[in-house]
Each structure stands twice: as structure tokens, then as C-alpha cells.
Design a binder for this molecule. Sequence first.
Ligand code: PA5
Length: 374
Amino acid sequence: MIKINFTSEVDAGQVQEILRDIAKDPMGGWLHLPKKFDIGEFARIHEAAKKIQEESEYLVCIGIGGSYLGHRAVIESLRPKSETKIIYAGNSLSKRELDWALDKVGDHDFSINVISKSGTTLEPAIAFAAFKDKLVEKYGTEEAYQRIYATTDAKKGELHDEAVANGYARFVVPNNIGGRFSVLTAVGLLPMAVAGVDIDKLLEGASDAVTSVVEPAVQYAYMRYALDSKGYDTEMFASFEPATVFFNEWLKQLFGESEGKDKRGILPDSVIYSTDLHSLGQYIQDGRRNLFETIIDYPTDEMNAKVVSAVRTAHTAGGIPVLNIAVSSFDEKGFGELIYFFELACAISAKLIGVNPFDQPGVEAYKAELKKLL
Ligand code: PA5
């Protein structure tokens, strides 16, 4: 159960309307996904994960944005145990990073999971080309193609067409689920399963959340809206667990891409405490009063819990609205629940400010400009 420490003024009729809107949105497929997961696809994810673990020391996960951040967030937070290590590539255009990843894989046995809903994004396409060459060189074409797992649209796109032509194992990004809402599809589940995350438990947590987090998600969305209306236009997500740094990154993408349009939206930022109390802490305590803080209160040890308490008191005294979101458990179930909670809260928040939560015209604009330049 997600527990929050605040209540907001909620318009029940408006909430019903928003929830109906999300449910019938062509991109609202994530809403019931945890309860309706395709059992066949789920079994194939487990089988593929087992095969990858048996034959590879590394799985190279190639993807960017919504095709990358969610699974990295869970894997790095939970630090599960698996003989197969995950390496990330295709999440920038830095040649230095790509060379580092190629070098790190070196002569080890490896497989590739290339993830791209559109199948045309440049960053993953370049990394995929480089790793595919390496795979073919090491294993020959036939075996190389057996080691490539493509997660993409079911019917269209360059990656889809190539996967069909070359016989790669294919997993689907459902066409009614956008990138940043796709962590609980094969996009996130395959890398997580390979890394040793218990994906059954993750989905169980998300499935419980479908009913249990509606009320707190609505409260949180209305609180964000009320704060934004009072001039608190920046949200600082604060975690006290350093392993969750990529969960913060996922949150920034989720809220930033969903809300930041039509000159509206709260700017999402993040900190890890107590580390950042020795850097951004000064600004948060004493700087411009335009930010509110959302503590993601993971169950933690006694000493760290005292830091949580000290921060809450000091920042409240410093004039910062501090929201607390208490997570039930630091495990797969807890993260499943948390992911669903934030997805729902984010979609409701965007609807409250009157923007479409599920498109990303700004991202597409950058992609188009880069294509022209190259
Ligand atoms: O959330 C989104 O839609 C984006 O961040 C995309 O996930 C990102 O741009 C990658 O796109 P694709 O999966 O098509 O390669």
C-alpha cells in the first residue's frame, strides 16, 4: 500500500471524467495492463530470459527514454543477482560511451536486446549496428541472429521489418502504450528478468495497485495542481536510497514528457539524500521559494530514517511544501506498486492542467532536426 501524508481538495465528478478519458484514450493501454497481461507473451519473456542467462555473460540492452529508463530504474534499485550482467547502450550519441560498452563486452559471450517502439530512433539504431557487427563477427550470421531479441511494434517500423527478415526473437511494445508508460511490458520485463528481478512479483505489485493506489494517486495529482497554481512550479523528487537514482531519472522523464507542453507543466528535478544535502541542500533550504519536495519514502534503516525526519522538519520550516509518499516494501512488489502509482498520478496531473499526457511533440521535434543534420 502506498501511504501519503496529505489530503487535497478533490472534485469527484472531474476525477471520474478524467479516469474515463484515460481508459478510452488510444494510448491508455497501460491502465489495465497489469491485470490483463498476455500470458503467452509473459511465458515467452521467461523462456527468453532463461536462454539468455544460459548462453550469455552480458545482455546488451539498447534503447533510450521510455525504452530504457524504467528497467534500469528497477534493476539498479533492487540490485538482483544474476550471472548475466546488463550493459546499456544506445542511450546517447557519444562515441566514447559506445566504444566503452563494446570494449566492456570484449570477448565475453553476449546477446542483444534492442528496444525501440518506433524502430527508427537514431541513438539505439547506431548502437545496434555496432553491436550487431560485433555479434556477427564473433558467432557468424546464423548464431548471431539467434542472439538478438527485438522489442518493438508488432506490425511496423524498420526494426520490426529487420527482425522479421532476419528471424530475431520478437517482443511487442503494444501500440496503445507509449514509451514512458511501457516499463511493465516486454520493454522492461525482459531485461529485468535476465538481470534476476522477480517479474511475477513486480506485476503482482502493479496489479494490486490498479485498485489500491487510485485514491492516493488522485490526492497527489490534485495536490500537485494546487501547488502549481500557487507558483510552486518545480517538483524535487527526494529519495534517501542511493540505489534509486535511476528511479528518479524515470520519474523525471515520466512527468517531464507527459506534462511539459503548451508552455505548461511542473519542472521535475531530483535529489538523493543525504548525499545531495551537501550540494543542492543549500538551495533547497534557502534558495528561491518556487519548489516543493516529494519524498519517496522507501523503508530504510534507523539512521537513514532520522535523516528523513530531519529533512522533513528543516525543509518545512524553510517554507517548502513537503509531500511524503511511503512505499510499502523495498522489493519487486513495492516497485510494481510504485510504478503504477506514478503512472496514474502523472496521467491525472496532465489532464488537470489540460495537456495530453501521452504525446511528446518536443521529442519528435528533436528527432526530426537531428535527422536533417545527419
Ligand atoms: O516516452 C517516449 O515516448 C520517448 O521517450 C521514447 O521512449 C524514446 O524517444 C524512444 O523511442 P523509441 O522507443 O521509439 O525508440
